[in-house]
Ligand binder design. Sequence first.
Ligand code: ADP
Ligand code: XUL
Length: 518
Amino acid sequence: MLALGLDASTQSLTAVVIDIDSGAVVHQRQLNYDRDLPQYGTRHGVLPHPDPAIVHAPPLMWVEALDRLLGALGDSVDVARIAAIAGSAQQHGSVYLRACFAERLAALRPERPLVEQLADVCARPTAPVWLDSSTAEDCRALDAALGGPAETQRITGSAAYERFTGPQIRRCARCEPEVWAQTAHVRLVSSFLASLLAGRLADTDWGDASGMNLMDLERKQWHPPALAACAADLAPRLGEPIAPWTVLGPIAPALAARYGFARDCRIVAWTGDNPASSIGLGLVRDGHCAISLGTSDVLFAISSRRPSMPPAGHVFISPTGAYMALFCFANGSLAREAVRDAHHLDWAGFSAALARTPPGNAGRLMLPWFRPEIVPKVLRAGVVRANLSPGDTDADCRAVVEAQFTSMRLRAEAAGLQPTLLHATGGAAQNAAILQVAADVFQCPVRRSQVTNTAALGAALRAAQALPNGPGWDELVARVVEPQLAAPIAPRRDTAEIYRRLAQQYAELEARELAARR
Ligand code: ADP
Ligand code: XUL
């Protein structure tokens, strides 16, 4: 029996197929939006906009990507043996749908491209995604309605954040009332794509719903005052939060016929990419910690007790139902790419620069705010260099990477997280020189997954776990995840003191700069 996991991330759509009995990863395939669907005009998966705060992507591009990827799967995999499909998607992004969406799903036909059949379902042609930072006013209003940021964080797991879906919905209702009037349903990227597979409107799971600022994290139900603060009549547009292991039903008959799936292939609720990745990295026990170095850089940890987070942190729900502490940094891979490109390097050249420079970079520091940053909150981009010339290629490469992991280390300390082992994933986790800096800054071993997209792998595990008599989490991790983890990259112990001091200097520089910007 096989299970399929899909991940619709910022820049690409990935499929991972596992053999549930042997634990083998039997197939991986990826489609890149910019390269493979150039007609949508995205760059790094999002639409260029003159205002850097506004970052949207076209939902029909995700539909076409899904259609293409599933259509090609049969070339390499016996699709009829896939017993269940689950998925994940970039978190927070919202799709605004007309009432006809449910009718179109019910009437899907196998012979026509999905994007033609769903051409008129979007009330808003583009979906704001997690990189959007245009909702500062809406965040202030939501926090004020709930009693201040600390109360919003206590109730929903996070203070109001620009990219979170509640503030995004509020901005849509406020600035585009005609669109809002046409909107019968709001879905996250995850529950939008799950709806296609199930052939009916799918609800949002607890994991992704905790990235909306709308759900009461303890009761796992919408928090009515949060809904009221964002838009009138929001509840009927959202459906209800559902458990991540919910089986939505069998695959839509038209899609079974179109791609060759068995008619009883089960569709499991989709979740966010970070919750899914926690499973794909084997984080099913208390204290397990990981870094994800994708478009965003993310630090997360799993806990059966609710962690006490500093104001900049989030608490989500993991696919096992546990709590998930998380910090998300917007200046991840795109910041590293900006430095790489400014110095006309490829990744090999970037890695060589890291190898040539000393740990601690001889006191040369950077605040890597190439775009608005989430942690700490920086709404106006602007890179800061201290003792560092932008023309110094080698030092610039080390500075951006040391800055990123030092910033992460500071937030981990503030949350009381003391990783003794970090599991790593995301495009940049392929780069051993970058992971060595992570090991040194955190002073703990780092193990990378050989499956580049652990969100898709986690989705495949979720699909397997939700089958009747499916294997449990521990068994799945031992069978599927462990064999994919590479040998640990060890920290160099003689760098401990250097990075302790660097963390202090970085914190001081950051505090000075934030104060100056106030
Ligand atoms: P997402 O899932 O957010 O779409 P990925 O996890 O696929 O992103 O990561 C994509 C990023 O990985 C690219 O933006 C690129 O900068 C980075 N990347 C790919 N290969 C390397 C490498 N060898 N070294 C550093 N970064 C890399
Ligand atoms: C997490 C976040 C990003 C997205 C895209 O809060 O905004 O990590 O999930 O990967």
